[in-house]
Design a protein around this ligand. Structure first.
Ligand code: TXA
Ligand code: MG
Length: 334
């Protein structure tokens, strides 16, 4: 696999890779994506193969500018238009009714498509250079933490992907907010950097899908991605949260076993354990660090990772949505 540092030197190569139905890993402001020509069934199939992704989990289509949206999807409602005007480009994916040119394999046969225009110079330049709509999930093997820097993912895709564009560490570190207007109300299917509060400021109201914080049972689910095991290191995880620092510290101590890693903020630094890993002290830094720190945890061959939870508001909701899945719903809150 070749690592690209200056995209301008590789314009021709990248254009040909995408044209020839190959995969390219590229940075965005949220996480790295593993991209292919969204109009080619053969190319899209490669994404599912390489990631070992379930074929009923639809992909997001990335576009170079918001002027392109109506080539691939219908903007049918005024609220959709308002959301696009307010938040695109940016770390958000809007689910719209798809046009026929988007093949069913991209959308897992749904009649909707997730559309995203990133806000990252390298991502935008890549999309401009290749000049195709790019279907791209997060760059990680399914169920593993999403990739937020090249070093974390290059081995996972060695021999399977020819080129990876290095854009440094992903600025946000968590995947985009996925939003769909349901019965006239914007509904967050996957929380992200664009929060409910930010959307309410523009639209007045915003719902959150009930699957964001709980397990999907046998029921209809708006966002198929919520059904799967996700974001997990190889080591077993336990997520703990309390608003009260003393209760939190007790929760951690009570659950320590032999060879336990504590992954959390400085509040827990002095608790005796196998290894303490600092994930930052603000929601922004935790969001930025979390996937890479989860991967780091695996290097220590521990028996358990106890992860400190955060309050489920603002960006904290997105962090908890990921961590609850990381720990496979193994979660204690007091
Ligand atoms: O930030 C991001 O969104 C990153 C970067 C690369 O853009 N991409 C990403 O893709 O996170 P992925 O495939 O890991 O997650 C896509 C999510 C899944 O939960 C999927 O179920 C949902 O979006 N999704 C995609 N199309 C959908 C649709 N038509 N209806 C409902 N949910 C959809
Ligand atoms: Mg993903």
């Amino acid at each position: 696999m070749e690592i690209i540092n200056n995209i301008e030197d590789y314009k021709e190569i990248l254009r040909n890779e995408i044209k020839n139905d190959n995969l390219v890993i590229f940075p965005t402001e949220t996480v790295y994506g593993i991209g292919a020509n969204a109009l080619s069934e053969e190319a899209v199939k490669k994404i599912f193969d390489v990631k070992t992704r379930a074929c009923n989990n639809p992909l997001i289509v990335h576009l170079k500018s918001k002027d392109e949206i109506e080539k691939y999807a219908y903007i049918e409602q005024e609220i959709e238009k308002k959301l696009i005007d307010a938040f695109i480009p940016g770390p958000i994916t809007i689910i719209l009714k798809k046009k026929d040119c988007i093949p069913g394999c991209v959308t897992a046969s749904l009649d909707t498509v997730g559309i995203r225009v990133p806000e990252n110079n390298i991502a935008n330049r890549f999309l401009e250079i290749v000049d195709y709509p790019i279907a791209a999930p997060s760059a990680n093997i399914s169920s593993r933490p999403s990739g937020t820097k090249v070093d974390d993912i290059k081995d996972e895709f060695e021999g399977k992907v020819g080129y990876i564009i290095d854009g440094g560490e992903s600025q946000i570190g968590l995947e985009s907010t996925v939003i769909k207007v349901i019965d006239g109300i914007p509904t967050i299917l996957r929380p992200g950097f664009i929060t409910r509060e930010m959307i309410e400021e523009v639209i007045g109201i915003c719902n959150i899908s009930k699957h964001v914080l709980r397990e999907v049972e046998n029921e209809k689910v708006e966002s198929p991605g919520m059904m799967y095991k996700h974001y997990a290191p190889k080591t077993k995880c336990l997520l703990v949260y309390s608003k009260d620092i003393n209760t939190l510290r007790e929760l951690v101590k009570d659950n320590l076993i032999n060879k336990t890693i504590i992954l959390g903020s400085k509040k827990l630094k002095d608790i005796k354990c196998y290894k303490f890993i600092d994930y930052g002290d603000t929601l922004e830094s935790i969001s930025h660090n979390i996937f890479s720190k989860l991967r780091e945890c695996d290097m220590y061959h521990a028996n358990l990772i106890i992860i400190e939870g955060v309050e489920k508001v603002g960006l904290g909701l997105a962090i908890m949505n990921r961590l609850i899945r990381t720990s496979e719903f193994n979660y204690i809150e007091k």
